[in-house]
Design a protein around this ligand. Structure first.
Ligand code: AMP
Length: 283
């Protein structure tokens, strides 16, 4: 039977009991409104642990004042069914007050890595992400935690935080799950109209195009960047590009030449949705 735990102390105690009996605890943190991307991530995690914890928490501190915290899609009953089907053992479902009680004062900042890419357009976002993930890792105390590569910058930041703060947890990444037409799955895809949804498929094609250029011998980041932007302007006319960046896959620092491990990442607003996607090349 799947358990639902609300209280942080109860969650921690459960993990301690499991660990004492030699069980390996796996953890997948989410904001809910589960889609196939989450389910594949859970399936992968399921295969790597004895007891699987899923958290669902729409974290207010990672949303900007003008962002979609209030309207972020939520459907707890459906999530519970999907989680049971994915053989989740425990859903950790804290409320906002237990995570951020009145007088809450502590935040985690992962410097430098949080500045570029999405960080440049969502001030404070990664401070909120690092803080909540740190808290969740302390409460759930898993042996291994699993994150999607779709949120590439988030994964790099969490790995760095876990390393810098000596957190006794293994952080694992999982490849982006896409719809058949290439669009990266996201809870925010529900914001798209049919026409926007159709156009949005152009984002992954543009990234693939960028990767082909590199694989074909192009190394000039500016040229690859321009080709991706052109493809978006042509195929995603409803899109407003926030950024297309070509960065070092480890440090996330912009590169002018694509030698070694490279990450091409983008954020594009399409209608009400802010879509992100990325592709890795080389290394
Ligand atoms: P979210 O609920 O959007 O915060 O996502 C929770 C976790 O699922 C994060 O580690 C995400 O990177 C991961 N995730 C979200 N979408 C996908 C996807 N399409 N493929 C793989 N992982 C994903």
């Amino acid at each position: 039977m799947m358990q639902v735990i609300h209280a942080p102390a109860e969650m921690y105690n459960q993990t301690m009991l499991l660990k004492m009996s030699g069980k390996k605890v796996g953890f997948v943190p989410t904001m809910g409104y589960l889609h196939k991307g989450h389910l594949e991530l859970l399936k992968f995690a399921r295969e790597h642990c004895d007891s699987l914890v899923l958290s669902i928490f729409v974290n207010p501190t990672q949303f900007g004042p003008k962002e979609d915290y209030g309207s972020y899609p939520r459907d707890l009953e459906r999530d519970k069914e999907l989680a049971a089907h994915a053989r989740v053992d425990t859903i950790f479902l804290p409320d906002v007050d237990s995570m951020y009680p009145p007088g809450y004062r502590t935040f985690v900042e992962v410097e430098e890595l949080s500045k570029g890419l999405c960080g440049a357009f969502r001030p404070g976002h990664f401070r909120g992400v690092a803080t909540i993930v740190c808290k969740l890792l302390n409460i759930v105390a898993p042996d291994e935690a699993f994150f999607g590569e779709k949120d590439a910058q988030q994964l790099v930041i969490i790995r760095k935080m876990a390393q810098d703060l000596n957190m006794p947890v293994k952080i694992s990444g999982f490849p982006t799950v896409r719809d058949a037409d290439g669009l990266a799955m996201s809870s925010r895809n529900v914001y798209l109209s049919d026409e926007e949804r159709e156009q949005a498929t152009g984002l992954y094609r543009a990234l693939q195009n960028g990767r082909s250029l590199i694989e074909g011998g192009e190394t000039e980041a500016a040229r690859i960047d321009a080709a991706i932007r052109e493809a978006i302007a042509r195929d995603v006319p409803a899109g407003v590009v926030e950024y297309v960046d070509i960065v070092d896959g480890n440090t996330l620092a912009p590169v002018s030449r694509t030698i070694g491990k490279t990450l091409i990442a983008l954020a594009v607003r399409v209608g009400k949705a802010r879509l992100i996607d990325n592709i890795r090349v080389g290394g």
